[in-house]
Write a protein that binds this ligand. Structure first.
Ligand code: ADP
Length: 302
């Protein structure tokens, strides 16, 4: 039996260095951590992990370095069954693998992050040329500083799609997470557009429904916009005007909200790719993301 076509996630892989604090520390104070661990992180990398745990055939395309963290990243991708065939590997003198220092509060489950991507070289449209598009069913692009390059990569996918019957088209999703005007460049590029609460609030929206209603006109005709809103669940709106929403799923005690958004996106892609409706997709994604918030990391999501 041939395996189903892959889902490709293009974006960041980093190493998360996590300290669990009893409560979020005051600046310039001393506190002993309850726990400390490393895990592979980055939005695209986290969503790839979750998709693989949920049974998808998945690949991650990230810019990596051959520095000492490389072996950890490579073996961890392998452990989770995520392919990395097309990742460009840069010399460590040129770029180091990105790291993110994270403080998890045991009291609230909140996560405070400090990303170190100073010398990071983003995936380029040239790197993307090496990707054989015949392998994929869905390609997700995490919006980063290289949105102009992401636009070129998406153009390549759209041109490729022209040669195929509509049913075989590669589906494109984009993610606008951080607060930065550069992401505006890709809001009209996806068949599915994931908007974070932070991005929506920066655009002046105060709730998930006003965000999807207000931003759909900036998206591509025919597209669907989806906006997760932390403990208040998520909403979506189609270009034709159908609106859906769903409450968050409570796992009981909130343990770790790190990568809740990446988990939500992964579960949404899986559900949409298997033909579920928008309403079913929101419900499934909130259930998977809420379940993740009740556990440390991802193991146990399967
Ligand atoms: P991000 O991690 O990008 O900040 P959100 O905080 O918006 O993303 O969360 C994404 C999804 O995770 C939400 O739509 C919700 O389903 C789930 N989620 C997040 N926080 C909670 C919470 N405290 N309780 C239950 N579900 C949550």
């Amino acid at each position: 039996m041939t395996s189903p076509k892959r889902i490709l996630l293009v974006g960041l892989t980093c190493v998360d260095i996590i300290s669990v604090a009893k409560e979020f520390p005051k600046e310039d104070s001393d506190q002993r951590a309850l726990d400390y661990y490393w895990q592979r992180g980055g939005n695209a990398s986290n969503s790839a992990t979750v998709l693989s745990l949920l049974g998808a055939n998945v690949e991650c395309l990230s810019s990596l370095s051959n520095d000492p963290l490389y072996q950890f990243i490579k073996s961890n991708f392998k452990e989770y069954g995520v392919k990395t065939d097309h990742c460009p590997i840069h010399d460590s003198r040129e770029m180091k693998n990105p790291t993110t220092v994270i403080i998890l509060s045991d009291q609230s489950g909140s996560r405070t992050t400090l990303a170190n991507t100073k010398d990071h070289i983003e995936v380029s449209s040239k790197d993307f040329e090496a990707v054989d598009l015949h392998l994929y069913r869905w390609i997700h692009f995490e919006g980063r500083r290289n949105c102009d390059e992401i636009k070129k990569m998406i153009s390549r996918v759209r041109e490729f799609n022209i040669s195929l019957p509509e049913l075989d088209h590669i589906i494109v999703s984009v993610e606008l997470e951080k607060i930065n005007r550069v992401y505006d460049l890709i809001i009209d590029q996806g068949d599915y557009v994931f908007i974070s609460k932070d991005y929506a609030m920066e655009q002046g929206f105060t709730d998930k429904l006003s965000a999807v209603n207000g931003l759909i006109s900036r998206c591509r005709p025919g597209s669907i916009i989806i906006c997760p809103w932390a403990e208040l669940g998520a909403a979506a709106r189609s270009w034709s005007g159908e609106v859906h929403q769903c409450d968050a799923f409570s796992p009981g005690k909130i343990v770790d909200t790190l990568a809740a958004g990446d988990t939500f996106i992964a579960a949404s892609i899986l559900a949409l790719n298997s033909g579920r409706s928008i309403q079913e997709t929101l419900e499934f994604a909130c259930r998977v993301a809420g379940t993740k918030c009740g556990m440390v990391g991802f193991k146990g999501l399967e």
